[in-house]
Design a protein around this ligand. Structure first.
Ligand SMILES: *Cc1c(COP(=O)(O)O)cnc(C)c1O
Length: 415
């Protein structure tokens, strides 16, 4: 941390230092979180935060774009190359904005959109009722098959035929299995819908070649940039050329004002990192780690939604253990293991105290942890789950966790 912050605002400086130490000293199993490189952080904190660049490269509403134009074009070009997309818009301020902009590009308010229900792993912005996406559009929600915990493509097709949505959304925030985007493409075509894929959680797995890419199968692909992709917080939209004008107009001036050029520069850096061979190794290891963690948890008698994982995340259904998600997540946090409580399919418990726990391996993998450490983590989760009221045990696990964290410092450079 620079000392100007310390001199200007000791209070904020100390809070940020506290957070930095907390991140270094805990095991992050929140599947949407990660650690970015120092290079990404430097770009994020650069002078670009001082610049307004409303518009698009060579068509801006402010002068002084000699460098910002090049930065935005570089980010777009890298995104298109990495994912094999025909076009890219790197301006969305985050994943939610990317989604609203994408829907606005392909549908009118009041049209029907169809996405995965929130309690089944969908995102708020896939048309859940408290989100504007569920208020501005007529929203139909599909669910997982309760018996398998998996997407049921026949049922999705039936529902699509019944409701004839303008947009069919694929993608999820808590689905532990591969998603077959070709199926969504087929269903969308059968009902004359556009297919928008939201690959926020798995963008890094797609870039790393360990998850089917939605690019050939979707009209538009939205994503966050800060989850498995390991970039700055932000959003991005990839699209087929025929949708370029509609998407760009929808992001600006439709939804946003000035793009955050500091974020876009950091995204360009992250996309360069994601094109390195080491990123593919990272992506492969994320999946290996998740599978190993799942295997061990199953051995300890935990029920996993869908019975396991083939991506970066695991959803534990705690109902057979007589535990709720929140008290376990809180006890694990006291032991310096961060995860989040989550609804599980068919959950009858309220959303603020649901029956599931969501875990993921991107952040631990970034720190270099492998299968052996997953064995250890699974054992700690079991120990804490069996000792929710025993602070001595939780503290002891916490000390062991911090020892492990010291052995796997947060890396600064990815090569
Ligand atoms: C995280 C997430 C988003 C939203 O991202 P924000 O940057 O928090 O707005 C959108 N869709 C999915 C599937 C996500 O997991």
């Amino acid at each position: 941390m620079g000392s100007s912050l310390e001199r200007t605002d000791r209070q904020v400086y100390e809070l940020i230092c506290g957070e930095e130490a907390r991140q270094a000293g805990s095991i992050r199993l929140i599947p949407s979180e990660n650690y970015v490189s120092k290079a990404v952080r430097e770009a994020t904190g650069s002078c670009l935060t001082n610049k307004y660049s409303e518009g698009y490269p060579t068509k801006r509403y402010y002068e002084g774009q000699q460098f910002t134009d090049q930065i935005e074009m570089l980010a777009c070009q890298r995104a298109m190359e990495l994912f094999g997309a025909e076009g890219a818009n790197v301006q969305p301020h985050s994943g939610s904005e990317a989604n609203l902009a994408a829907y606005g590009a392909l549908a009118e308010p009041g049209d029907t959109i169809m996405g995965l229900a929130l309690p089944h792993g969908g995102h708020l912005t896939h048309g859940w009722k408290v989100s504007y996406t569920g208020k501005f559009f007529k929203s139909v929600q599909y669910e997982l098959d309760p018996s398998t915990g998996r997407l049921d493509y026949d049922r999705i097709e039936q529902l699509a035929k019944e409701h004839r949505p303008k947009i069919l959304i694929s993608g999820s925030s808590a689905y532990p299995r591969q998603i077959d985007f070709a199926q969504f493409d087929r269903i969308a075509k059968a009902v004359g819908a556009y297919h928008i894929c939201d690959m926020a959680h798995i963008a890094g797995l797609v870039a790393g070649g360990v998850h089917m890419s939605p690019i050939p199968y979707a009209d538009v692909v939205t994503t966050t940039t800060h989850k498995t992709l390991r970039g700055p917080r932000g959003g991005m939209i990839l699209f087929k050329q025929q949708h370029a004008a509609a998407v760009n107009k929808s992001v600006f001036p439709g939804l946003q004002g000035g793009p955050h050029m500091h974020t876009i520069s950091a995204l360009a850096v992250a996309l360069k990192e994601a094109a390195l061979p080491s990123f593919q190794e990272y992506a492969r290891q994320i999946v290996k780690n998740a599978k190993r963690l799942a295997e061990r948890l199953l051995e300890y008698g935990f029920h996993l939604v869908s019975g396991g994982t083939d991506n970066h995340l695991i959803l534990i259904d705690l109902r057979n253990k007589g535990l709720a998600g929140k008290p376990l997540a809180k006890a694990l946090d006291r032991a310096h293991i961060e995860c989040n409580y989550n609804s599980v399919p068919g959950d009858t418990a309220p959303p603020f105290n649901p029956s599931g726990l969501r875990l993921g391996t991107p952040a631990t993998t970034t720190r270099g942890m492998k299968e052996e450490q997953m064995d250890q983590i699974a054992l700690w989760i079991k120990t804490v789950a069996e000792n929710l009221d025993n602070e001595l045990v939780i503290e002891k696990v916490g000390r062991q966790v911090q020892d492990l964290c010291r052995q796997f410092p947060v890396p600064e450079v990815f090569v």
